[in-house]
Design a protein around this ligand. Structure first.
Ligand code: SF4
Length: 284
């Protein structure tokens, strides 16, 4: 089978830094706990646990792991940092620079008297980090278009639209339009991460190649941007969304000659390489 990798795929700069910081700490003999997944990828999570950094879901548990906690690339709310400090935990902060910039952007916009319309998933760790400490009267998270149209905008004279970094801008363009129609002073922070967009654009190139029979998207089951890649691919080609190479059912590629491969921003290179190797061995 011929396998074509998307020109851009896999780990983004923010995740590479997070991965590196934890590995460096492990190399120094440190142990700790990762608060939530360091990235949304089960294979990276297992690897981190092997290095002495298991994932935990509350800070209290981190006390049992050398009193050290890692904040993921998605970032956390200021109150979480304060809680870690009050528990006497040392921290390894791997928050992506873009996420830190968005935290600042939101605070500045609130100071400017803006209502924050956050376009994304309310329960996504990144979004929880932005909103956990905010006054609910000053922001709202919108995911479905109906949530925008049914919201009472009459008391909102000025709004700042902020995007979760990994969302697809095209899917949320109607949301922006609807808000613009309702609020005269609509301001937009361009916070969609270029890494996500680059992976999406490179995948679209594969999807538009008539010689490619199917697309394989590799990534964690909880990874929003991986799911987004799969959604883009599904619109054009038969698509297989898998976590690792062992999930590949080669029988389903029978009769196919050429397959395109992409991977989410939290998928490590070694998972991509393993999938490519397995696919190459498949007989068309
Ligand atoms: S996808 Fe973008 S915002 Fe998210 S961690 Fe990676 S570089 Fe940072």
């Amino acid at each position: 089978m011929e396998v074509v990798l998307a020109e851009k795929y896999g780990f983004c700069a923010g995740v590479r830094v997070a991965d590196k910081l934890v590995r460096l700490a492990a190399k120094k003999g440190q142990k700790g706990a990762i608060f939530g997944q360091v990235v949304h990828n089960e294979s990276v999570e297992s690897e981190m646990a092997r290095l002495g950094f298991p994932t935990v879901h509350d800070l209290e548990t981190a006390k049992a792991h050398d009193k050290r906690v890692v904040f993921s690339a998605h970032g956390v709310a200021p109150s979480v940092r304060a809680e870690a400090a009050s528990l006497g935990l040392a921290t390894i902060d791997t928050t992506c620079k873009f996420v830190t910039d968005i935290h600042r952007e939101i605070m500045k916009s609130l100071d400017d008297g803006c209502f924050i319309a956050l376009l994304g998933q309310a329960d996504h760790r990144e979004v929880v980090g932005y909103t956990k400490d905010l006054d609910p009267a000053h922001y709202r998270v919108f995911y479905r278009l109906e949530e925008v149209t049914s919201f009472d905008w009459s008391g909102v004279p000025r709004v700042k639209i902020v995007f979760q970094t990994t969302i697809n801008s095209e899917s949320f363009a109607p949301h922006v339009e609807e808000i613009r129609r309702r609020v005269l002073d609509t301001r937009i922070a361009d916070t969609i991460c270029y890494a996500t967009k680059e992976n999406q654009d490179a995948l679209r190139v594969l999807c538009n190649d008539p010689a490619i029979d199917a697309i394989v998207v590799i990534g964690g089951k909880n990874s929003k941007n991986t799911k987004e890649l799969a959604r883009i691919a599904q619109a054009k080609k038969p698509t297989f969304l898998i976590g690792t190479a062992v999930e590949l059912d080669l029988a389903r590629f029978a009769g196919m000659k050429k397959v395109g491969v992409s991977a989410g921003a939290s998928t490590p290179d070694y998972d991509v390489e393993a999938v490519v190797e397995r696919l190459k061995k498949a007989t068309p």
